[in-house]
Design a protein around this ligand. Structure first.
Ligand code: ADP
Ligand code: MG
Length: 256
């Protein structure tokens, strides 16, 4: 079993207005096999948390710690984090001109494992994962995310998840822009990865819709860079009915 432990995390970003605090003391413990939903209104810091775990250079950690099985994640480079078993599916996946999906996946797998996968097994695994995600085999020869629709980008993120087999995956708004069928297909991919590899999942979402397909064990609500409420799946049901209004009401008792 692996444990990703985030303790009292403070993060700032440089903006035109100067150094701006975005995360103001986030603590979370994710064990493999567990699914944690991070929910919250727009601009509350959800993507910042995802990028900070992945090691994006724009985000400066000013306090707190992130460890994976006791190892200091913040001291690791982006590559080292991936090799340690962390995975990020981005809210806005980037295009990689000149790199085909098949070469990208193989290069990533080789970098993660320290050796190239055996061609036969690898080809079979990728083919099977693409079929499961209802991806046209022609996608393998296209450049990563170039001209992909929103839904195709998200499927490609989950394809990576299925073939790279991380320990803990951070999925940032993987549901955004998906129609119901695509949402189901993508969710099934996440659930397969959970079944096969005992994956830990940090599922970031604004909406409760995806939580009908990927059932969270824990729900954390982030507002203004802090966790303001935590609970089980029933908290997501409550948010579905009430929205985030009660957290945003200035007279509500949210600690500064
Ligand atoms: N790279 C950045 N440059 C400037 N501001 C940023 C950057 N990243 C995040 N922010 C600001 O931090 C806040 C939280 O953003 P984000 O983490 O994307 O929120 P969420 O994902 O919850 O919608 C927002 O006010 C956003 O404008
Ligand atoms: Mg976001």
């Amino acid at each position: 079993m692996s444990v990703l432990e985030i303790t009292d995390l403070h993060v700032t970003v440089e903006t035109e207005a100067g150094t701006t605090p975005i995360l103001n003391g986030i603590s979370l413990t994710i064990r493999t096999g567990e699914t944690h939903a991070i929910m919250g209104p727009n601009g509350s810091g959800k993507s910042t948390l995802a990028y900070t775990i992945a090691g994006h250079p724009k985000y400066t950690v000013t306090g707190g710690s992130i460890t994976l099985d006791g190892e200091d994640v913040l001291a690791m480079s982006v590559d080292e984090r991936a090799r340690a078993g962390l995975f990020l599916a981005m809210q806005y996946p980037v295009e990689i001109p000149g790199v085909t999906v098949t070469n990208f996946l193989r290069t990533a797998k080789t970098a993660l494992d320290g050796e190239a996968p055996s061609i036969r097994q690898w080809t079979k695994d990728v083919k099977e994962a693409m079929a499961n995600l209802r991806m046209d085999p022609k996608f393998a020869q296209r450049n990563v995310n170039e001209g992909f629709s929103g839904g195709e980008k998200k499927r490609h993120e989950i394809l990576q998840l299925e073939v790279l087999k991380p320990k803990v995956a951070v999925l940032d708004e993987t549901d955004s822009g998906l129609d119901v069928d695509a949402l189901r297909i993508v969710s099934e991919g996440v659930n397969r990865a959970k079944e096969h590899t005992d994956l830990g999942v940090l599922l970031i979402t604004h909406y409760t819709r995806i939580l009908r397909y990927i059932r969270p064990d824990y729900v954390h609500v982030v507002v203004a860079g802090k966790i303001v409420e935590e609970g089980g799946p029933e908290l997501a049901d409550r948010l579905e009915e009430e929205g985030y209004d009660r957290f945003l009401d200035p007279s509500a008792p949210i600690e500064a």
